[in-house]
Design a protein around this ligand. Structure first.
Ligand code: VGL
Ligand code: ZN
Length: 209
């Protein structure tokens, strides 16, 4: 039976640069694509988020002379981890993984498009004020529950889940359909933050329907 239409699957950043061989590879990232495809086939509402940075983006270490990837610096909106250049818009690294098979997805939402502001979250940019409009889209369509899958569990999946929760949705992260970067304990911290916020962490076997 298909999953109720008040429920959506949110597929986070399944893009070439986050896969082995890409510019910001997430270990084992390639292992989750078949599972995401199988899950996705059961949802009528599928939304795909895509990290989509202009060249020279503020989150790139290369934009900050004297800094290296994974340094943490202060930007006007707060702390920013610096990354290798990745998901530069309209480059092969920013494309969705070729094996991602979700032809019925109705929305692809791009984030991190502002040159001066990062956006791990598919809902709110890192200044915590600029919205992508995703919460409004979901609400207008009567969706009250979201399941999240994708990359990276401890960055874009976590921030999207926290913001979905803050926007009033029931939120579940499907743990075996995600992989983490795990930078200095970021995975354990992410799990803790999500639990405190009331985000459910479930295996794919517990996705209903
Ligand atoms: C991500 C770091 C930088 C992610 C995106 O998709 O988790 N991580 N940009
Ligand atoms: Zn990014």
């Amino acid at each position: 039976m298909p999953i109720a239409s008040r429920t959506a699957l949110l597929v986070i950043d399944v893009q070439n640069d986050f896969f082995p061989g890409g510019h910001l590879p997430v270990p084992e990232g390639d292992q989750i694509v078949p599972l995401i495809n199988r899950l996705g086939a059961r949802f009528t509402q599928v939304i795909i988020a895509q990290d989509w940075h202009p060249a020279g983006h503020a989150s790139f270490a290369s934009s900050h002379p004297g800094h290296a990837p994974y340094d943490v610096i202060q930007l006007p909106y707060g702390e920013q981890t610096l990354w290798p250049d990745h998901c530069v818009r309209a480059t092969p690294g920013a494309e969705l993984h070729k094996d991602l098979d979700l032809p019925h997805a109705q929305l692809i939402i791009r984030k991190g498009c502002n040159p001066d502001i990062d956006s791990y979250s598919a809902f709110l940019e890192a200044d915590r004020t600029t919205t992508t409009g995703l919460a409004g889209y979901l609400k207008e369509r009567g969706i009250d529950t979201v399941y999240l899958v994708g990359l990276a569990l401890d960055f874009c999946v976590m921030f999207s889940a926290l913001d979905a929760r803050a926007a009033g949705f029931n939120v579940f992260v499907v743990s075996d359909a995600c992989r983490a970067i795990d930078l200095e304990g970021s995975l354990a911290a992410a799990i803790e933050r999500m639990q405190v916020a009331g985000v459910g962490l479930i295996p794919s076997t517990e996705v209903p329907g």
